[in-house]
Design a protein around this ligand. Structure first.
Ligand SMILES: NC(=O)c1ccc[n+]([C@@H]2O[C@H](COP(=O)([O-])OP(=O)(O)OC[C@H]3O[C@@H](n4cnc5c(N)ncnc54)[C@H](OP(=O)(O)O)[C@@H]3O)[C@@H](O)[C@H]2O)c1
Length: 284
């Protein structure tokens, strides 16, 4: 399998380096800027291609690691090229291969979406830890199975997902990753009112956060849940809502708490949460 990359950014460079280190044949890079392609080619001991055409000729698995917005235009550029028996693979989390390249079979190509569930913050260090990531895969069965088997045999974790569920899957990843930042921002602004600098607040909250995250990762959110909502403590919830300064903050608190009530009910099926739900629904 000869692997070529279009897009010499963080994901392309990282995957290429990890694949080379795992013993796969990476032929090289084409990128919008020749400088990026040259950097990534040098970093992965592969070739920098001057045109997409040359890269497509040299590779039989073509990874599109450009930004999401550039994917449709890159696929338009690929369309007139000789794609028979090539596998086109993108790494976007939100698009499926059917969204991007529905008519690939008419050109003799196979298509796959391979999404690493991992944050890539730079080009040159993430490859060392990328085997911790789960890669999800969707698309044409023949190509997806072949790529999954190859990567799995090299120690990568690859999980097939339904093409139709790609957006829901991406929303799940965004909620787990990005929403934590929203919750922390709200917590920090309340800590600031109590006299904590951001640094002091982060240090003070660290043991609470780390122990909680560890519990969630080991036993799941239902068993890890502690606190006010779990205890059905309506007096404390009322005090919290009164302490919040804006309608947006109260709505945020109430909507999130209603989801917590769903979890608490599973833990305590005999507990009556109706008064608490009624209170929260007034703010949600
Ligand atoms: N970052 C993450 O954490 C992450 C995680 C999982 C999946 N992904 C997905 O991986 C893909 C790449 O993301 P990224 O974070 O690696 O982005 P990135 O660092 O911005 O890299 C994208 C690269 O694509 C190149 N490019 C843009 N338009 C191009 C075009 N028309 N033709 C050729 N090359 C072009 C850019 O090239 P130049 O440098 O040459 O200008 C850039 O280096 C996206 O689909 C993203 O959703 C990202």
């Amino acid at each position: 399998m000869k692997i070529g990359f279009i897009g010499a950014g963080k994901v392309g460079t990282t995957l290429a380096k990890a694949f080379v280190e795992a013993g796969l044949n990476v032929v090289g890079f084409y990128s919008r800027s020749p400088k990026s392609a040259q950097f990534s080619a040098q970093f992965t001991s592969s070739e920098s291609f001057q045109t997409i055409n040359k890269l497509v000729t040299a590779a039989d698995l073509i990874l599109l690691t450009v930004s999401d917005d550039a994917l449709p235009a890159v696929i338009e550029t690929l369309r007139p090229l000789p794609l028979a028996d090539k596998t086109i693979c993108h790494t976007s989390g939100v698009y499926s291969i059917d969204d991007l390249f529905a008519d690939r079979a008419q050109l003799g190509a196979l298509g796959v979406g391979l999404h690493p569930l991992y944050p890539f913050h730079d080009k040159t260090t993430v490859w060392q830890s990328i085997k911790e990531a789960t890669f999800t895969i969707e698309g044409d069965t023949e190509a997806a199975t072949a790529l999954q088997n190859t990567l799995a045999s090299l120690g990568f974790t690859v999980k097939p997902i339904a093409t139709t569920q790609k957006v829901a899957y991406h929303a799940a990843a965004s909620i787990a990753c990005n929403f934590t930042c929203t919750l922390m921002a709200q917590s920090l602004s309340l800590m600031a009112r109590s006299g904590f600098s951001e640094r002091e607040a982060l240090d003070a909250l660290r043991p609470l956060l780390e122990a909680n995250l560890k519990n969630i990762l080991v036993v799941g959110p239902e068993s890890a849940l502690t606190g006010t909502i779990d205890r059905n403590d309506i007096g404390t919830v009322t005090k919290h809502l009164n302490a919040l300064e804006t309608d947006t903050d109260r709505r945020h608190y109430a909507v999130t708490s209603l989801r917590l009530v769903d979890i608490a009910r599973q833990r305590h099926p005999d507990e009556n949460y109706q008064t608490l739900i009624h209170l929260l629904e007034q703010y949600a």
